[in-house]
Structures are given as C-alpha cells and as structure tokens.
Design a protein around this ligand. Structure first.
Ligand code: HEC
Length: 116
C-alpha cells in the first residue's frame, strides 16, 4: 500500500516537472511585450490602446477600432514603429526587430475579439 503511494507521488512529480518544463520553453524566453508597451507606448497609446490624452492630441489611432485594424497591414505597422510616422517616435535602436514585431502583434491583440 505504501509502495503504491510512493510510486504514485513519483509519477505525479515527474508529470508536474514535465508540464513546468514545457511552460518554460514556451514562455520562458518570450519578449515581455506588455512591459515594453507599458514603458514605451502607454504614455501616448494608453493601456487599452485607445490613446491617452497626450496621444489623442498627437493624433494616435484607436487600436481597438476594427476599421482601423482592417485598414493597415502588419508590414506597414512594423515599418511605422521601426522608422516612426509623423508624431510617432521611431523605435529603431531602442527596440530590436524581434521586439518591434512582438509589439505589432500586441497592437493586433488590442482589437476587440470577433463575436461568434
Ligand atoms: C510620443 C507619443 C507616442 C509614443 C511614445 C508611441 N507612439 Fe505610436 N503613435 C503615435 C502617434 C501620434 C501615431 C499616429 C501617427 C500618424 O499616423 O500620424 C502613432 C501610431 C502608431 C501606430 C500605427 C502606425 C500606422 O502605420 O498607422 C502603431 C502600430 C504604433 N503607434 C505603435 C506604437 C508602439 C508599439 C509604441 C511603443 C514602442 C508607440 N507606438 C509609442 C504616438 C506615439
């Protein structure tokens, strides 16, 4: 009876460490886009992507507007974030190309989920 409990707990421990390992390799080295957004972008674009007071005065688009989302391509957004666009400060040299791509993905995630 005791033996069984030991074996069972060994199996559980092994299983849990496998799950943890998988989670780590999936999320471990990911770019922390939320942190970058908070530090570099929120002052103009706002936490929700609609635009802060300051951002609205500068003419930021509303990232939660599906029409705006549909009107721009990823390539265009990557180019705008990299090189800047009018009042949008360029991020080249500040963020790596991988980080910029991740930021554009994040901007896409701010769009409202399509209802089914
Ligand atoms: C100083 C304010 C400011 C900051 C900081 C800022 N932005 Fe912007 N952003 C703007 C403005 C203004 C625009 C609108 C540019 C235009 O089309 O006139 C814009 C536009 C954009 C666009 C749309 C570009 C397009 O092609 O239409 C994206 C995407 C974007 N910003 C992402 C970011 C990300 C990601 C960060 C942080 C790394 C960031 N912005 C930081 C002001 C800012």
């Amino acid at each position: 009876m005791l033996k069984r409990a030991v074996i069972l707990s060994l199996i559980i421990t092994l299983f849990l460490s496998l799950v943890q390992f998988n989670l780590q390799s999936t999320y471990g080295n990911k770019i922390d886009y939320k942190k970058i957004f908070k530090n570099e972008c929120v002052k103009c674009h706002g936490m929700d992507g609609k635009g802060s007071e300051r951002g609205k005065n500068l003419g930021v688009p509303d990232f939660t507007d599906p029409e705006w989302q549909a009107s721009v391509t990823d390539e265009q957004l990557i180019a705008s974030v990299t090189n800047g666009k009018k009042k949008m400060p360029k991020q080249e040299g500040k963020l790596s190309p991988e980080e910029i791509k991740a930021m554009v993905k994040y901007v896409r995630m701010l769009a409202p989920k399509k209802r089914r």
